[in-house]
Design a protein around this ligand. Structure first.
Ligand SMILES: N[C@@H](CCC(=O)N[C@@H](CS)C(=O)NCC(=O)O)C(=O)O
Length: 241
């Protein structure tokens, strides 16, 4: 079978043993960085990391595309599998890493609670990240399109409102600390996937007054930001020097 590695694959990627993460310290990279850091605290999980700078288009080179044809970070390479197994797409990566969450610290044993986790994980992956990502893209674009900016600004804000409904318990009578799970919920990969993006709400150009409409979302952002593993997951280890 052909190797997943290319002649130009960087040595630290090719020679890695165990779990390896190719990432950049952006919201998508941070989703997976945070879970790995949480797994390290809970189970002593170990992994190695290659940081790339997507500004240089490293992710469009053959060595990268042979690991992820979509040419985007992050990628997991699991060298404990033979041959090494690659995982692309952040939510699939979070779900893949749950194999290490033997005691269900960041997921659920109960099928219905796990379904809730999947609903919120996929809701963000499909309806939050693309809107917020496009909002940033069009706000930073050389050619300014008011129509596109307004569209993605409104949709992202609407999605924040959906999370506010879930966290406030407006229609269920059950305020929640985290997106999924019975009662007040439990901190899971659904929160990790969503938080890595929403914490950057200021970059979307939203005002304090606008976000004050979503007090439960703001409290949830703060609650998650307090976790040491979350702080490490967005911290120095992932900054290119
Ligand atoms: N749907 C993908 C999105 C990944 C993604 O957009 N990653 C960005 C960084 S946040 C990237 O690699 N951008 C570089 C590019 O588009 O070439 C996922 O969830 O993994």
């Amino acid at each position: 079978m052909q190797s997943i590695f290319h002649p130009e694959t960087p040595a630290d990627v090719k020679n890695a043993t165990g779990l390896h993460l190719v990432t950049e310290n952006t919201p998508n990279g941070q989703k997976v960085q945070i879970l790995l850091e949480e797994l390290a605290d809970a189970y002593g999980t170990k992994w190695t990391t290659t940081l790339i700078d997507t500004g240089t288009n490293e992710q469009k080179k053959d060595w990268f595309l042979s690991l992820n044809p979509n040419g985007r970070i992050p990628i997991i390479i699991d060298n404990t599998q033979s041959p090494p197994f690659t995982v692309m797409e952040t939510s699939a990566e979070l779900l893949y890493l749950l194999r290490l969450d033997r005691e269900h610290h960041f997921s659920f044993e109960d099928e219905l609670e796990q379904s809730e986790l999947l609903q919120w994980l996929i809701f963000w992956h499909g309806s939050g990240a693309p809107y917020q990502g496009n909002l940033r893209f069009f706000r930073c674009a050389q050619e300014q399109s008011t129509f596109a900016i307004e569209r993605f600004r409104n949709e992202t804000y609407r999605v924040f409102g959906v999370l506010e409904l879930q966290l406030s318990g407006k229609y269920t009578g059950q305020p929640k600390e985290f997106l999924a799970g019975n009662g007040k919920g439990k901190f899971t990969i659904a929160d990790m996937g969503t938080w890595a993006w929403i914490k950057n709400w200021r970059q979307g150009g939203y005002t304090d007054d606008e976000m004050a409409e979503y007090p439960h979302v703001l409290k949830w952002v703060e609650r998650i930001a307090e976790r040491p593993a979350v702080q490490r997951g967005i911290g120095e280890r992932y900054k290119l020097s």
